[in-house]
Design a protein around this ligand. Structure first.
Ligand code: TRP
Length: 451
């Protein structure tokens, strides 16, 4: 296994690959709707604080674990301490919950691309279009299936190389389009209120839920607490600067999420007023608001089509690497070939994804804890499992293998500037805060307290 392990050619290659995995629907779709729902500026502030503290510490930890052991999650935990092998399994279970619903949203994006390509912008911009669409029994399922199939075919053929090249071109284009669209959004009459809502924190909106939402989003967006970064780390060369790379990945990922919020939130104010209802739309926010922006924009149809193409692309690169993760877990555990494992994963994605899609329409009676199936999967993975994985991995590093093990790995590339800060966070601050927030949030979800 040792000698077959490839590695990224250089540091930029590593940063781009990790950022390519990190940037996806999490940044473009999930971040803006959470920010809108959880008070705008206060959410942004909390997110930024957690990103430079917990996010930084956890990403360093995961990448260093991978680079140190040269193994992916299950093997890495096992190699360091037999008793923690379960952590490998627990973190590997997370992408099994995320991928199916990720592909359902991928299908929505594909549908919107088709709508823009066929020049139906005004219908997509009409009130209620999105809600009616996702409640249909057939169309969303068909788009989901097409989306899943594209991803699985790529994984089966193993053409990720070409995708990586394409992302080097498409990611910068995405950044430019986001800037154009956000400038346009901000210039709409009434949008300025939205800019203020997004940038100025309102401390009265602060609560444990804000922190939990921000934390779940951080894990999701940076692909943390699910073993992915351990795998990426295992491909990283010893001479690449670990601390610096982590900082760059974080800046890139957070920057794109920030821009997505700037595109969408001011537009919510301009086109739907800044009402609680408009801001609290949830998963549909991007699909409801952006068509209204494009409808009012000169060349909006073209720009909208290009925009959804890029979102589709960012989503595909992420879901392909998610699917690839599932396939490689199945292959490693069961010793199956690539084709067989991909086919089984394809079936799995359909079996879970189709009910998730139907959960917005004919199967909406399936509502665990009062949530739609999609929200429920999202809640279980992002608000429950990922914090648990994060807590245990902090304790594992803090008290079992000791922070020094990670610090030594980082210091292969020279002094670890933030090592005191890192040690305090990983040993004390992160575990205590994570436990408190998790308990609070679960109590809230079960209706035991209201915030
Ligand atoms: N971080 C990705 C996003 O923001 C989603 C994601 C989570 C992911 N886990 C992953 C992508 C694993 C690739 C691999 O959309």
């Amino acid at each position: 296994m040792e000698k077959k392990r490839g590695s990224f050619t250089n540091k930029l290659g590593f940063v781009l690959a990790a950022a390519g995995s990190a940037v996806g629907l999490g940044n473009l779709w999930r971040f803006p709707y959470l920010a809108a729902k959880h008070g705008g500026g206060i959410f942004l502030l909390v997110y930024l604080i957690i990103a430079v503290t917990f996010g930084f510490a956890l990403m360093i930890t995961e990448i260093a674990l991978g680079r140190k052991t040269r193994l992916s999650a299950i093997g890495a935990y096992d190699a360091l301490d037999k008793r923690f092998k379960f952590m490998g399994y627990l973190s590997s279970a997370v992408p099994f919950i995320i991928t199916p619903y990720y592909c359902v949203i991928g299908g929505w994006v594909l549908k919107y691309l088709v709508v823009f390509l066929t020049n139906n912008v005004s219908s997509a911009a009409a009130d209620g279009y999105f809600e009616n669409y996702i409640a249909q029994p057939a169309a969303p399922v068909i788009f989901f299936l097409i989306y899943v199939l594209i991803g699985c075919v790529v994984v089966m053929l193993g053409v990720e190389g070409g995708i990586e090249k394409a992302s080097r071109i498409m990611m910068p284009v995405l950044v430019i389009i986001s800037i154009v669209v956000s400038v346009f959004s901000i210039m709409q009459p009434g949008a300025w209120e939205g800019v203020k809502y997004y940038l100025l924190p309102d401390f009265s909106r602060f609560s444990a839920t804000t922190v939990l939402a921000a934390m779940g989003q951080l894990f999701y967006s940076m692909s943390l607490a699910m073993g992915i970064m351990i795998t990426y780390g295992s491909y990283m060369k010893k001479e690449n600067h670990l601390e610096q790379s982590v900082r760059q990945i974080e800046i890139f990922d957070t920057g794109i999420a920030f821009m997505a919020g700037l595109m969408i939130i001011p537009a919510v104010f301009a086109f739907s007023g800044g009402s609680e209802e408009a801001l609290g739309k949830g998963p549909g926010l991007m699909f409801v608001t952006l068509p209204k922006v494009f409808e009012n924009m000169k060349f909006g149809t073209v720009i909208g089509a290009v925009f959804f193409l890029l979102v589709l692309f960012a989503a595909l690169t992420s879901s392909i690497s998610l699917t690839e993760t599932l396939v490689s877990i199945v292959r490693d555990r069961l010793g199956w070939g690539r084709k067989k494992a991909s086919a089984v994963i394809l079936v799995f994605l359909c079996v879970v994804g189709i009910p998730v899609s139907l959960g917005f329409g004919i199967w909406d009676f399936i509502a665990p804890m009062g949530m739609s199936l999609l929200d429920f999967c999202d809640f279980v993975s992002n608000s429950v499992m990922m914090p648990i994985v994060a807590i245990i991995s902090c304790l594992f590093v803090g008290f079992v293998i000791k922070p020094k093990a990670i610090i030594d790995e980082v210091e292969v590339n020279g002094p670890f500037k933030m090592k005191k800060f890192y040690t305090i966070i990983i040993k004390y601050i992160a575990p205590v805060c994570l436990v408190a927030i998790l308990i609070f949030a679960i109590m809230e979800a079960m209706g035991m307290i209201t915030v």
